[in-house]
Design a protein around this ligand. Sequence first.
Ligand code: GLN
Length: 497
Amino acid sequence: MTDLTRLTAAETAARIKSGEVTAVEVTEAHLARINAVDEKVNAFLHVDRQGALEAARAVDAKRAAGEKLGPLAGVPLALKDIFTTEGVPTTVGSKILEGWIPPYDATLTKRLKAADVVILGKTNMDEFAMGSSTENSAYGPTGNPWDLTRIPGGSGGGSSAALASFQAPLAIGTDTGGSIRQPAAVTATVGVKPTYGAVSRYGMVAFSSSLDQGGPCARTVLDAALLHEVIAGHDPLDSTSIDAPVPPVVEAARSGDVRGMRVGVVREFSGEGYQAGVMQRFEESVELLRELGAEVVELSCPSFTKALAAYYLIAPSECSSNLARFDAMRYGLRVGDDGTHSAEEVTALTREAGFGDEVKRRIMLGTYALSSGYYDAYYGSAQKVRTLITRDFERAFGEVDVIVSPTTPTTAFPIGERADDPMAMYLADLCTIPSNLAGNSAMSLPCGLAPEDGLPVGLQIIAPAMADERLYRVGSAVEAALQARWGHPLLEEAPSL
Ligand code: GLN
């Protein structure tokens, strides 16, 4: 019998639809896989066995009754623990929300349920999505299934590790500065940050509201597209939600034709700090695109060199305001509520105990950058840089249809290596951050293993806002060509646990 955990989401959905397998069998296979490996991986913070099996039974009943099934009906999914789930714990990887049971579903959660997707549980993440390694989780780090002593990326390391260890064929991430794409790159999975506003933020715990964006994670480009179509779309509950049709991402993923497309290579995405094997695989991918009929154009986007600095002013500024709601009165943890402390003291004691070091660092940085004497010098300047970056993209997209780059400068680093060095950690998002600042769409997909360490390398594809379908068109072309050349790096050289 085929191992049901090795199938793609598209194959799984087709088999359930045809009656070859039941949704319950598929869910049980994944729950058994979680039982067998997640003690080592630590991808899940909470496994909702009962909820998953109930959802699967409902799919089987619908099918038996001849009702119409959604395109991903019965397919299991790992949900980043940043989206609220009614009746199921949501911690955002933080002690401050330990034990909190949300009374409502995020719009994304609702959409998944409406599409008959089976939610297996909630995945580990850096606290409040601040980090690039999942080491900032209050619940312990997640291991990279390729090498458990290395990081699975962050902040969505639980979601990427769940995919790469075959605990789920689909996952959800959020990307404020790279937290979907960087974890995808270091685990040989596919992750997409849609155009800002494409996926509702209602019920997604806020980190930096002008940058945060939920998106699909999967093991293939087509699976990511199928999930993209389920979660994207206008939501009146999110004032920044785009009120326009979802781009034809599934159609584009199925076409995969790049002939005549113009592909930009940006000079600023290379140089010092980039691992040789990462650059080698990236350059091979560019060559491949040329062979497939694309025209490659070299470009310069000078403002990109300032993106990291601008991001580390804007994101902490917004987080310092967003995290003010965790005041010990409304949700989760409450420390010092014994009648001897004032309300202010309870808030202070709760924050002291409930927030981790990185979260505190960012709140302090952001509060400082927004303070009246420094506002113009820091926050104001960062916003100007943001405009320059957007203009660089506009100019570039006047010349090319998509831009490609390595997703990350290096492959997965060892757990602990950068934990005490925030600056080194921040560098992991060098290539991903410009797209968050500008709000356009971007994807990471596997483009091979670095020769020097045998670890996955990600290719980033960047498209203009509202042109997300281009990511899927180029992504599926590259995926098919690479697969023909050396097999799928994950599906065939699956790491054994
Ligand atoms: N690593 C970046 C940070 O720490 C991005 C995180 C994210 O995208 N959520 O802020």
